[in-house]
Design a protein around this ligand. Structure first.
Ligand code: NI
Length: 183
């Protein structure tokens, strides 16, 4: 396995639609190695999602989740590999939350996303899977699958005043539990 270089905003690979992967190529050793390398790169970068264009591969492939997550934790995103994901449904109900992106280092912004989603895809064995997700899991799926269409979270923002450098985010925007009034 190897840690891959991550493409940064401005590189054309992040702005072009990625190619479908033929179902009978999913088990090809080169693709399986790419999946392993993407999982390792995501963990090394402490990300919770990575799309193939972010490692300079214009392919419809995303990995997400936390390989070290506690399987007992209901909020944890399980390690998920999706090939050629396609939306079946996205809720009209949206919620806003802060997002960052390994291809846009140092920044984060407030992004509206559907609260719940359903998709179909191939798994890393090339088998068709259907996946329903809510809240953070749904948000990460929307962020990563946007990458396959050349869309970045900045494009989804509705108020650019809520774009911040990480240091300023920590200082001025992060909810401060320690400052809530004592009960
Ligand atoms: Ni991203």
């Amino acid at each position: 396995m190897a840690i891959l270089k991550v493409s940064r905003m401005g590189h054309p690979v992040l702005r072009q639609p990625a190619r479908e992967i033929p179902a009978d190529r999913v088990d090809h050793p080169a693709l399986q190695r790419l999946i392993d390398d993407m999982v390792e790169t995501m963990a090394d970068e402490q990300g919770i999602g990575l799309a193939a264009p972010q490692v300079f591969q214009s392919l419809r492939l995303v990995v997400l989740g936390d390989p070290q997550s506690d399987p007992e934790d209901p909020d944890a995103i399980p390690l998920t590999v999706l090939v050629n994901p396609r939306w079946l449904a996205r809720s009209d109900e949206q919620a806003e939350a802060w997002e960052g992106c390994l291809s846009i280092p140092g920044l984060r912004g407030m992004v509206p996303r559907s609260v719940s989603v359903t998709l179909e895809a191939l798994d890393r064995q090339g088998q068709r899977v259907e996946l329903k997700a809510h809240d953070l899991f749904a948000r990460v799926l929307q962020h990563e699958i946007d990458h396959l269409d050349g869309v970045l979270y900045l494009d989804r923002m509705t108020d650019m005043r809520r774009l911040a450098f990480n240091e300023e985010f920590e200082r001025y925007w992060r909810p401060r539990e320690d400052q809530s009034p004592p009960e």
